[in-house]
Design a protein around this ligand. Structure first.
Ligand SMILES: [Zn+2]
Length: 492
Protein backbone atom coordinates (compact mmCIF):
# COMPACT_ATOMS: atom_id res chain seq x y z
CA UNK A 1 0.00 0.00 0.00
CA UNK A 2 2.88 2.29 0.67
CA UNK A 3 5.44 3.71 -1.74
CA UNK A 4 3.46 3.03 -4.82
CA UNK A 5 5.85 2.18 -7.57
CA UNK A 6 2.86 2.33 -9.82
CA UNK A 7 3.06 6.09 -9.74
CA UNK A 8 5.73 6.23 -12.35
CA UNK A 9 3.78 3.94 -14.53
CA UNK A 10 0.78 6.19 -14.42
CA UNK A 11 2.76 9.31 -14.86
CA UNK A 12 4.30 7.95 -18.01
CA UNK A 13 1.07 6.69 -19.44
CA UNK A 14 0.24 8.97 -22.34
CA UNK A 15 -3.49 8.68 -21.81
CA UNK A 16 -3.17 10.82 -18.70
CA UNK A 17 -2.18 13.80 -20.71
CA UNK A 18 -4.09 13.20 -23.87
CA UNK A 19 -7.56 13.75 -22.56
CA UNK A 20 -7.47 17.15 -24.16
CA UNK A 21 -4.61 18.45 -26.18
CA UNK A 22 -5.26 22.02 -25.21
CA UNK A 23 -4.98 21.37 -21.57
CA UNK A 24 -1.34 20.60 -21.61
CA UNK A 25 -0.16 24.13 -22.33
CA UNK A 26 -2.39 25.52 -19.64
CA UNK A 27 -0.98 23.11 -17.18
CA UNK A 28 2.56 24.08 -18.06
CA UNK A 29 1.71 27.68 -17.57
CA UNK A 30 -0.04 26.97 -14.37
CA UNK A 31 2.96 25.41 -12.78
CA UNK A 32 5.35 27.74 -14.47
CA UNK A 33 6.72 31.20 -14.17
CA UNK A 34 3.57 32.88 -13.03
CA UNK A 35 5.35 34.94 -10.46
CA UNK A 36 7.75 36.36 -12.92
CA UNK A 37 6.60 38.21 -16.03
CA UNK A 38 9.74 37.13 -17.74
CA UNK A 39 11.37 38.02 -20.98
CA UNK A 40 10.57 34.70 -22.51
CA UNK A 41 9.63 34.88 -26.16
CA UNK A 42 5.99 35.19 -27.09
CA UNK A 43 6.20 31.97 -28.96
CA UNK A 44 8.77 29.33 -29.52
CA UNK A 45 8.79 29.97 -33.21
CA UNK A 46 9.77 33.53 -32.59
CA UNK A 47 12.62 32.41 -30.42
CA UNK A 48 13.77 29.89 -32.95
CA UNK A 49 14.04 32.39 -35.75
CA UNK A 50 15.53 35.15 -33.70
CA UNK A 51 19.27 35.63 -34.32
CA UNK A 52 21.23 35.45 -31.12
CA UNK A 53 22.00 39.13 -30.79
CA UNK A 54 18.88 40.76 -32.08
CA UNK A 55 17.31 41.30 -28.72
CA UNK A 56 15.89 44.51 -27.44
CA UNK A 57 19.12 45.67 -25.89
CA UNK A 58 20.88 45.71 -29.25
CA UNK A 59 18.11 47.75 -30.71
CA UNK A 60 18.58 50.38 -28.05
CA UNK A 61 22.03 51.10 -29.44
CA UNK A 62 20.80 51.68 -32.92
CA UNK A 63 19.70 55.34 -32.74
CA UNK A 64 23.04 56.30 -31.26
CA UNK A 65 24.94 54.61 -34.05
CA UNK A 66 22.83 55.99 -36.85
CA UNK A 67 23.22 59.53 -35.57
CA UNK A 68 26.87 59.31 -36.57
CA UNK A 69 25.79 59.42 -40.22
CA UNK A 70 25.08 63.11 -39.85
CA UNK A 71 28.82 63.58 -40.29
CA UNK A 72 28.89 62.37 -43.89
CA UNK A 73 31.66 64.54 -45.45
CA UNK A 74 30.91 67.03 -48.23
CA UNK A 75 32.75 66.79 -51.48
CA UNK A 76 34.87 69.85 -52.06
CA UNK A 77 33.45 71.99 -54.86
CA UNK A 78 36.81 73.09 -56.36
CA UNK A 79 37.56 69.52 -57.40
CA UNK A 80 34.60 69.62 -59.73
CA UNK A 81 35.92 72.69 -61.54
CA UNK A 82 38.72 70.72 -63.22
CA UNK A 83 37.40 69.84 -66.64
CA UNK A 84 39.58 66.88 -67.61
CA UNK A 85 37.37 63.81 -67.95
CA UNK A 86 40.26 61.64 -66.69
CA UNK A 87 40.50 63.78 -63.63
CA UNK A 88 36.76 63.58 -63.19
CA UNK A 89 36.88 59.82 -63.40
CA UNK A 90 39.73 59.68 -60.90
CA UNK A 91 37.82 61.91 -58.61
CA UNK A 92 34.75 59.72 -58.90
CA UNK A 93 36.86 56.66 -58.11
CA UNK A 94 38.32 58.55 -55.19
CA UNK A 95 34.86 59.46 -53.97
CA UNK A 96 33.72 55.87 -54.34
CA UNK A 97 36.75 54.69 -52.37
CA UNK A 98 36.18 57.35 -49.75
CA UNK A 99 32.54 56.31 -49.47
CA UNK A 100 33.63 52.70 -49.16
CA UNK A 101 36.11 53.57 -46.43
CA UNK A 102 33.45 55.59 -44.66
CA UNK A 103 31.05 52.67 -44.76
CA UNK A 104 33.74 50.37 -43.34
CA UNK A 105 34.58 52.99 -40.76
CA UNK A 106 31.02 53.34 -39.69
CA UNK A 107 30.57 49.60 -39.55
CA UNK A 108 33.56 49.38 -37.23
CA UNK A 109 32.22 52.27 -35.19
CA UNK A 110 28.85 50.57 -35.03
CA UNK A 111 30.31 47.31 -33.84
CA UNK A 112 32.43 49.04 -31.23
CA UNK A 113 29.38 50.91 -30.04
CA UNK A 114 27.52 47.61 -29.66
CA UNK A 115 27.37 46.91 -25.99
CA UNK A 116 26.46 43.46 -24.88
CA UNK A 117 23.24 43.33 -22.92
CA UNK A 118 23.68 44.15 -19.27
CA UNK A 119 23.12 40.61 -18.16
CA UNK A 120 25.91 39.40 -20.39
CA UNK A 121 28.42 42.06 -19.47
CA UNK A 122 28.40 41.44 -15.77
CA UNK A 123 30.51 38.82 -14.14
CA UNK A 124 27.84 37.04 -12.22
CA UNK A 125 27.98 34.48 -9.50
CA UNK A 126 25.36 31.78 -9.71
CA UNK A 127 23.51 30.65 -6.62
CA UNK A 128 21.67 27.42 -7.22
CA UNK A 129 19.12 26.39 -4.66
CA UNK A 130 20.44 29.03 -2.29
CA UNK A 131 23.81 27.39 -1.81
CA UNK A 132 26.14 26.21 -4.56
CA UNK A 133 28.06 28.93 -6.28
CA UNK A 134 29.52 29.10 -9.74
CA UNK A 135 31.04 31.96 -11.67
CA UNK A 136 29.10 32.88 -14.75
CA UNK A 137 30.36 31.76 -18.11
CA UNK A 138 29.99 34.03 -21.10
CA UNK A 139 30.80 32.67 -24.52
CA UNK A 140 30.33 34.86 -27.60
CA UNK A 141 28.37 37.31 -25.48
CA UNK A 142 25.93 34.60 -24.44
CA UNK A 143 25.42 34.02 -20.75
CA UNK A 144 25.53 30.36 -19.83
CA UNK A 145 24.20 28.40 -16.88
CA UNK A 146 25.32 25.13 -15.39
CA UNK A 147 22.83 22.48 -16.49
CA UNK A 148 24.50 19.79 -14.40
CA UNK A 149 23.92 21.88 -11.29
CA UNK A 150 20.34 22.63 -12.26
CA UNK A 151 19.74 18.96 -12.91
CA UNK A 152 20.98 18.03 -9.44
CA UNK A 153 18.78 20.71 -7.96
CA UNK A 154 15.64 19.59 -9.78
CA UNK A 155 16.28 15.84 -9.68
CA UNK A 156 16.20 15.41 -13.43
CA UNK A 157 16.91 11.91 -14.61
CA UNK A 158 20.08 12.12 -16.69
CA UNK A 159 20.66 9.67 -19.51
CA UNK A 160 22.46 9.47 -22.83
CA UNK A 161 26.13 9.66 -23.68
CA UNK A 162 28.82 12.14 -22.69
CA UNK A 163 28.20 14.11 -25.87
CA UNK A 164 24.43 13.91 -25.96
CA UNK A 165 22.68 14.28 -22.64
CA UNK A 166 19.03 13.92 -21.91
CA UNK A 167 17.36 15.44 -18.85
CA UNK A 168 13.99 13.93 -18.03
CA UNK A 169 11.41 15.24 -15.58
CA UNK A 170 9.02 12.97 -13.74
CA UNK A 171 6.17 13.29 -16.22
CA UNK A 172 8.44 11.90 -18.93
CA UNK A 173 9.17 15.17 -20.72
CA UNK A 174 12.79 15.71 -21.57
CA UNK A 175 15.29 18.18 -22.94
CA UNK A 176 18.29 16.87 -24.83
CA UNK A 177 21.51 18.70 -25.57
CA UNK A 178 24.29 17.73 -27.94
CA UNK A 179 27.64 19.12 -26.90
CA UNK A 180 28.78 21.68 -29.44
CA UNK A 181 25.36 22.08 -30.96
CA UNK A 182 23.02 25.05 -30.56
CA UNK A 183 20.03 22.84 -31.27
CA UNK A 184 18.24 21.35 -28.32
CA UNK A 185 15.52 18.80 -28.40
CA UNK A 186 12.45 19.10 -26.22
CA UNK A 187 10.47 15.92 -26.62
CA UNK A 188 9.60 15.85 -30.33
CA UNK A 189 10.54 19.47 -31.01
CA UNK A 190 13.86 21.02 -31.94
CA UNK A 191 14.62 24.50 -30.66
CA UNK A 192 17.59 26.72 -31.36
CA UNK A 193 19.51 28.11 -28.45
CA UNK A 194 21.53 31.30 -28.36
CA UNK A 195 24.70 29.26 -28.27
CA UNK A 196 25.96 25.70 -28.33
CA UNK A 197 25.83 23.37 -25.34
CA UNK A 198 29.25 23.17 -23.72
CA UNK A 199 31.11 20.86 -21.40
CA UNK A 200 33.41 22.57 -18.93
CA UNK A 201 35.27 21.66 -15.75
CA UNK A 202 34.24 18.47 -13.97
CA UNK A 203 32.25 17.45 -17.03
CA UNK A 204 29.57 19.96 -16.17
CA UNK A 205 27.25 20.80 -19.03
CA UNK A 206 26.57 24.47 -19.64
CA UNK A 207 23.74 25.82 -21.77
CA UNK A 208 22.59 29.36 -22.53
CA UNK A 209 20.65 30.74 -19.58
CA UNK A 210 17.98 31.98 -21.96
CA UNK A 211 17.03 28.37 -22.60
CA UNK A 212 16.04 27.96 -18.97
CA UNK A 213 14.16 31.25 -19.05
CA UNK A 214 12.25 30.30 -22.16
CA UNK A 215 11.71 26.59 -21.88
CA UNK A 216 11.85 25.45 -18.28
CA UNK A 217 8.90 26.26 -16.11
CA UNK A 218 8.75 26.02 -12.35
CA UNK A 219 12.02 27.91 -11.84
CA UNK A 220 12.65 31.27 -10.21
CA UNK A 221 15.54 33.01 -11.92
CA UNK A 222 16.46 36.27 -10.25
CA UNK A 223 19.12 38.77 -11.28
CA UNK A 224 20.67 40.86 -8.56
CA UNK A 225 22.50 43.63 -10.41
CA UNK A 226 23.83 45.10 -7.21
CA UNK A 227 25.59 42.00 -5.99
CA UNK A 228 26.21 40.53 -9.44
CA UNK A 229 24.42 37.34 -8.62
CA UNK A 230 21.90 35.17 -10.39
CA UNK A 231 19.82 33.01 -8.11
CA UNK A 232 18.14 29.96 -9.55
CA UNK A 233 15.60 28.28 -7.33
CA UNK A 234 12.66 26.03 -7.69
CA UNK A 235 9.43 27.96 -7.39
CA UNK A 236 7.80 27.42 -4.06
CA UNK A 237 4.08 27.13 -3.79
CA UNK A 238 2.17 29.23 -1.34
CA UNK A 239 1.76 27.61 2.03
CA UNK A 240 5.35 26.37 1.93
CA UNK A 241 7.37 26.93 5.03
CA UNK A 242 11.11 27.14 5.46
CA UNK A 243 11.18 23.75 7.11
CA UNK A 244 8.80 22.11 4.73
CA UNK A 245 8.82 23.73 1.31
CA UNK A 246 6.91 22.23 -1.56
CA UNK A 247 7.72 23.17 -5.05
CA UNK A 248 6.23 23.84 -8.41
CA UNK A 249 6.58 21.07 -10.86
CA UNK A 250 9.49 21.49 -13.25
CA UNK A 251 8.46 21.03 -16.85
CA UNK A 252 9.84 21.80 -20.28
CA UNK A 253 7.31 24.14 -21.75
CA UNK A 254 7.66 23.69 -25.46
CA UNK A 255 3.90 23.54 -25.89
CA UNK A 256 2.83 26.15 -23.37
CA UNK A 257 5.25 28.90 -24.07
CA UNK A 258 2.94 31.86 -23.81
CA UNK A 259 4.23 34.51 -21.49
CA UNK A 260 2.03 35.45 -18.61
CA UNK A 261 1.93 39.00 -17.40
CA UNK A 262 0.42 38.00 -14.16
CA UNK A 263 -2.69 35.92 -14.32
CA UNK A 264 -5.53 37.00 -16.49
CA UNK A 265 -8.85 35.45 -15.83
CA UNK A 266 -9.53 33.29 -18.81
CA UNK A 267 -13.15 33.40 -19.84
CA UNK A 268 -12.94 29.87 -21.19
CA UNK A 269 -11.84 28.65 -17.81
CA UNK A 270 -14.48 30.65 -16.04
CA UNK A 271 -17.28 29.43 -18.26
CA UNK A 272 -18.89 26.80 -16.11
CA UNK A 273 -21.98 25.45 -17.73
CA UNK A 274 -24.53 23.00 -16.44
CA UNK A 275 -23.51 19.59 -17.73
CA UNK A 276 -25.84 17.33 -19.67
CA UNK A 277 -26.82 14.58 -17.30
CA UNK A 278 -28.64 11.37 -18.13
CA UNK A 279 -30.87 11.90 -15.11
CA UNK A 280 -32.81 14.91 -13.97
CA UNK A 281 -30.54 16.14 -11.22
CA UNK A 282 -32.06 19.60 -10.93
CA UNK A 283 -32.88 19.14 -7.27
CA UNK A 284 -29.16 18.56 -6.62
CA UNK A 285 -28.01 21.65 -8.53
CA UNK A 286 -27.92 23.82 -5.41
CA UNK A 287 -25.47 21.35 -3.82
CA UNK A 288 -23.28 20.54 -6.81
CA UNK A 289 -22.94 24.22 -7.62
CA UNK A 290 -23.43 25.97 -4.28
CA UNK A 291 -24.04 29.69 -4.17
CA UNK A 292 -21.41 30.27 -1.54
CA UNK A 293 -18.93 28.67 -3.87
CA UNK A 294 -15.76 29.83 -2.11
CA UNK A 295 -16.73 28.12 1.14
CA UNK A 296 -15.35 24.74 0.14
CA UNK A 297 -11.77 25.61 -0.77
CA UNK A 298 -10.19 24.87 2.59
CA UNK A 299 -6.67 23.56 2.02
CA UNK A 300 -5.41 20.93 4.40
CA UNK A 301 -2.08 19.30 3.72
CA UNK A 302 1.27 18.54 5.26
CA UNK A 303 2.07 22.21 5.68
CA UNK A 304 -1.39 23.67 6.06
CA UNK A 305 -2.75 22.09 9.18
CA UNK A 306 -6.28 21.92 10.48
CA UNK A 307 -6.98 22.66 14.11
CA UNK A 308 -7.26 19.67 16.39
CA UNK A 309 -10.68 20.84 17.50
CA UNK A 310 -12.06 21.67 14.05
CA UNK A 311 -15.45 20.10 13.62
CA UNK A 312 -17.31 20.56 10.33
CA UNK A 313 -20.90 21.76 10.46
CA UNK A 314 -23.81 19.75 9.12
CA UNK A 315 -22.28 16.33 9.10
CA UNK A 316 -24.73 13.79 7.68
CA UNK A 317 -24.56 10.07 6.94
CA UNK A 318 -23.23 9.10 3.54
CA UNK A 319 -25.87 7.35 1.46
CA UNK A 320 -23.64 5.38 -0.87
CA UNK A 321 -21.46 3.88 1.79
CA UNK A 322 -20.09 0.33 1.50
CA UNK A 323 -22.74 -2.09 2.69
CA UNK A 324 -20.70 -3.81 5.33
CA UNK A 325 -22.14 -2.14 8.34
CA UNK A 326 -19.84 0.83 8.39
CA UNK A 327 -21.16 4.31 8.91
CA UNK A 328 -19.48 7.29 7.30
CA UNK A 329 -20.30 10.96 7.45
CA UNK A 330 -19.76 14.01 5.31
CA UNK A 331 -20.73 17.69 5.16
CA UNK A 332 -24.31 17.84 3.92
CA UNK A 333 -23.79 19.90 0.78
CA UNK A 334 -20.97 17.62 -0.36
CA UNK A 335 -22.97 14.52 0.49
CA UNK A 336 -25.93 15.65 -1.63
CA UNK A 337 -23.60 16.38 -4.53
CA UNK A 338 -22.11 12.93 -4.03
CA UNK A 339 -25.59 11.41 -4.22
CA UNK A 340 -26.04 13.05 -7.59
CA UNK A 341 -22.67 11.67 -8.71
CA UNK A 342 -23.70 8.16 -7.73
CA UNK A 343 -27.05 8.43 -9.53
CA UNK A 344 -25.28 9.41 -12.72
CA UNK A 345 -22.40 6.96 -12.29
CA UNK A 346 -24.82 4.06 -11.86
CA UNK A 347 -26.70 5.13 -14.99
CA UNK A 348 -23.40 5.08 -16.81
CA UNK A 349 -23.04 1.43 -15.80
CA UNK A 350 -20.69 1.63 -12.83
CA UNK A 351 -22.72 0.14 -10.03
CA UNK A 352 -20.11 -1.40 -7.74
CA UNK A 353 -18.33 1.70 -6.45
CA UNK A 354 -18.98 2.63 -2.85
CA UNK A 355 -17.68 4.98 -0.19
CA UNK A 356 -15.28 3.40 2.26
CA UNK A 357 -14.29 6.47 4.23
CA UNK A 358 -15.58 9.97 4.84
CA UNK A 359 -15.19 12.34 7.75
CA UNK A 360 -12.47 11.43 10.22
CA UNK A 361 -12.00 13.18 13.51
CA UNK A 362 -8.58 14.22 14.69
CA UNK A 363 -8.58 11.33 17.16
CA UNK A 364 -9.60 8.81 14.56
CA UNK A 365 -6.82 9.95 12.23
CA UNK A 366 -4.45 9.80 15.14
CA UNK A 367 -5.22 6.16 15.94
CA UNK A 368 -5.20 5.28 12.23
CA UNK A 369 -1.75 6.78 11.85
CA UNK A 370 -0.45 4.88 14.86
CA UNK A 371 -1.88 1.65 13.53
CA UNK A 372 -0.01 2.14 10.24
CA UNK A 373 3.14 3.05 12.14
CA UNK A 374 3.03 -0.16 14.16
CA UNK A 375 2.30 -2.22 11.08
CA UNK A 376 5.36 -0.81 9.27
CA UNK A 377 7.61 -1.55 12.23
CA UNK A 378 6.18 -5.02 12.58
CA UNK A 379 6.88 -5.70 8.92
CA UNK A 380 10.39 -4.38 9.22
CA UNK A 381 11.69 -4.36 12.81
CA UNK A 382 14.96 -2.69 11.80
CA UNK A 383 13.11 0.54 11.01
CA UNK A 384 13.55 3.40 13.43
CA UNK A 385 10.44 5.23 14.53
CA UNK A 386 11.41 8.15 12.32
CA UNK A 387 11.97 5.91 9.30
CA UNK A 388 8.64 4.22 9.83
CA UNK A 389 6.94 7.58 10.20
CA UNK A 390 8.41 8.74 6.93
CA UNK A 391 7.05 5.68 5.16
CA UNK A 392 3.58 6.04 6.66
CA UNK A 393 3.52 9.71 5.72
CA UNK A 394 3.64 8.77 2.04
CA UNK A 395 0.19 7.20 2.26
CA UNK A 396 -1.42 8.46 5.45
CA UNK A 397 -1.77 11.91 6.88
CA UNK A 398 -0.31 12.94 10.20
CA UNK A 399 -3.11 13.92 12.59
CA UNK A 400 -4.12 17.52 11.84
CA UNK A 401 -3.00 17.25 8.23
CA UNK A 402 -5.76 14.99 6.97
CA UNK A 403 -8.32 16.36 4.61
CA UNK A 404 -10.76 13.82 5.96
CA UNK A 405 -11.12 16.03 9.03
CA UNK A 406 -12.83 18.66 6.84
CA UNK A 407 -15.77 16.37 6.08
CA UNK A 408 -15.44 17.37 2.42
CA UNK A 409 -13.82 14.27 1.00
CA UNK A 410 -14.42 10.58 0.57
CA UNK A 411 -12.53 7.49 -0.38
CA UNK A 412 -14.54 5.50 -2.91
CA UNK A 413 -13.68 2.56 -5.14
CA UNK A 414 -14.74 -0.96 -6.01
CA UNK A 415 -11.82 -2.87 -4.48
CA UNK A 416 -11.61 -4.64 -1.14
CA UNK A 417 -9.31 -1.89 0.09
CA UNK A 418 -8.09 1.36 -1.38
CA UNK A 419 -5.37 0.63 -3.86
CA UNK A 420 -3.73 2.41 -6.74
CA UNK A 421 -4.88 -0.36 -9.06
CA UNK A 422 -8.30 1.29 -8.95
CA UNK A 423 -6.86 3.57 -11.61
CA UNK A 424 -7.08 0.63 -14.03
CA UNK A 425 -10.81 0.29 -13.54
CA UNK A 426 -13.31 1.73 -15.99
CA UNK A 427 -15.16 3.26 -13.06
CA UNK A 428 -12.10 5.33 -12.27
CA UNK A 429 -11.90 6.58 -15.83
CA UNK A 430 -15.51 7.66 -15.57
CA UNK A 431 -14.87 9.41 -12.24
CA UNK A 432 -11.78 11.11 -13.57
CA UNK A 433 -13.68 12.50 -16.56
CA UNK A 434 -16.90 13.40 -14.75
CA UNK A 435 -16.41 14.06 -11.05
CA UNK A 436 -15.88 17.80 -11.58
CA UNK A 437 -19.42 18.12 -12.94
CA UNK A 438 -20.66 17.24 -9.47
CA UNK A 439 -18.15 19.47 -7.73
CA UNK A 440 -15.45 16.90 -6.95
CA UNK A 441 -11.78 16.73 -7.81
CA UNK A 442 -9.17 14.02 -7.59
CA UNK A 443 -7.24 15.40 -4.69
CA UNK A 444 -3.95 13.53 -5.21
CA UNK A 445 -3.50 13.12 -8.96
CA UNK A 446 -0.80 10.98 -10.47
CA UNK A 447 1.11 13.90 -11.95
CA UNK A 448 1.08 16.13 -8.86
CA UNK A 449 2.85 13.93 -6.34
CA UNK A 450 5.64 16.50 -5.95
CA UNK A 451 3.14 19.21 -5.12
CA UNK A 452 0.59 17.43 -2.97
CA UNK A 453 3.24 15.40 -1.19
CA UNK A 454 1.06 12.29 -1.54
CA UNK A 455 1.23 9.25 -3.72
CA UNK A 456 -1.41 9.00 -6.39
CA UNK A 457 -4.77 8.19 -4.78
CA UNK A 458 -7.35 7.39 -7.45
CA UNK A 459 -9.90 6.67 -4.72
CA UNK A 460 -9.79 9.99 -2.83
CA UNK A 461 -12.27 12.66 -3.98
CA UNK A 462 -12.61 16.13 -2.59
CA UNK A 463 -15.63 18.40 -2.85
CA UNK A 464 -14.93 22.00 -3.88
CA UNK A 465 -18.15 22.75 -5.78
CA UNK A 466 -18.67 22.65 -9.54
CA UNK A 467 -17.40 26.15 -10.26
CA UNK A 468 -13.95 25.58 -8.82
CA UNK A 469 -13.82 21.90 -9.76
CA UNK A 470 -14.43 22.73 -13.42
CA UNK A 471 -11.75 25.39 -13.41
CA UNK A 472 -9.27 23.08 -11.72
CA UNK A 473 -10.12 20.42 -14.26
CA UNK A 474 -9.62 22.84 -17.16
CA UNK A 475 -6.43 24.29 -15.73
CA UNK A 476 -5.05 20.89 -14.86
CA UNK A 477 -4.32 22.06 -11.33
CA UNK A 478 -4.41 20.27 -8.04
CA UNK A 479 -5.82 22.11 -5.02
CA UNK A 480 -2.44 23.44 -3.85
CA UNK A 481 -1.80 24.95 -7.26
CA UNK A 482 -5.33 26.27 -7.61
CA UNK A 483 -5.41 27.98 -4.23
CA UNK A 484 -2.08 29.52 -5.11
CA UNK A 485 -3.42 30.54 -8.52
CA UNK A 486 -6.43 32.22 -6.94
CA UNK A 487 -4.32 34.16 -4.49
CA UNK A 488 -2.15 35.45 -7.31
CA UNK A 489 -5.09 36.25 -9.53
CA UNK A 490 -6.43 38.41 -6.71
CA UNK A 491 -3.20 40.37 -6.63
CA UNK A 492 -3.65 41.52 -10.22
ZN1 LIG B 1 -8.77 9.67 1.55
Amino acid sequence: MNNFDENNEFVKRPSNNTQAGQQTPQRRVATGDIRRPNNAPQSNREQIRRPAQSNSNTKKQAPQAYSQKAHTPKIKKENLKIKSSDMLRNILIFIAMLAGLLIIGFSLLLSSLYVAPEKVKANYTYIYDGKTEFSSVVVNKVLYMNMTELSDMCNFIVSGSKDCLRYTVDNGEFAEFTVGSASAKINADIVNMEGAALVRENENVWIPLSFAESYISGLDIQYDEEHNTISINRQELSGSTKDNPFYSKITFRIKGSQTLDGIKEDTDIGAVTTPDFINDLSEYEQYMDPQNRDDYLILVNKTSHIDENYLPENLVSITNVRKDGRKEQMVECAEKALQALFIEMKSAGYTDVSVTSGYRSYNKQSSLFNTYLQRERANNPSLTLEDAKEIVLTYSAFPGTSEHQTGLCVDMHNLSSADVSFANKAAYTWLKENCYKFGFVIRFPEDKVDITGYSFEPWHYRFVGRYHATRMYNLGMCLEEYVDYLSRAEEH
